[in-house]
Design a protein around this ligand. Structure first.
Ligand SMILES: [Zn+2]
Length: 109
């Protein structure tokens, strides 16, 4: 039944944002207007090594799209361990929110 297959594809598009091992993705909610701003940390280029601890750190400024006429800058501070696993994160001017997991429940197909 190609129609059902088609429908399944529409409901569960395979064109998700492609997972990229080189990047760490997160969402930040602006404290001023509440906009959710996606941020992408390039693990290859944006981290600096902390030689005291062996950890990696990065500091990044993100800003909303401007659709709320809010141009609040949010400063992200992230710490990764030697394996580039996130161990610490904080945001100034905003709040880091959990990236919603891709829902596993797909009853069609
Ligand atoms: Zn804002």
């Amino acid at each position: 039944m190609s129609f059902l297959k088609r429908l399944g594809e529409l409901l569960a598009p395979h064109q998700r944002p492609s997972f990229d091992e080189r990047s760490h993705l997160l969402n930040v909610r602006c404290r001023r207007c509440g906009e959710i701003i996606p941020a992408r940390i390039d693990l290859m280029n944006e981290l600096s090594r902390d030689y005291d601890t062996g950890y990696y750190r990065t500091r990044k400024i993100v800003m909303g799209s401007g659709k709320n006429r809010c141009f609040q800058q949010i400063e992200l501070n992230l710490v990764f361990d030697k394996n580039k696993q996130l161990i610490e994160q904080s945001a100034i001017g905003g709040e880091i929110v959990e990236t919603p997991e891709t829902p596993e429940t797909n009853d069609i197909g």
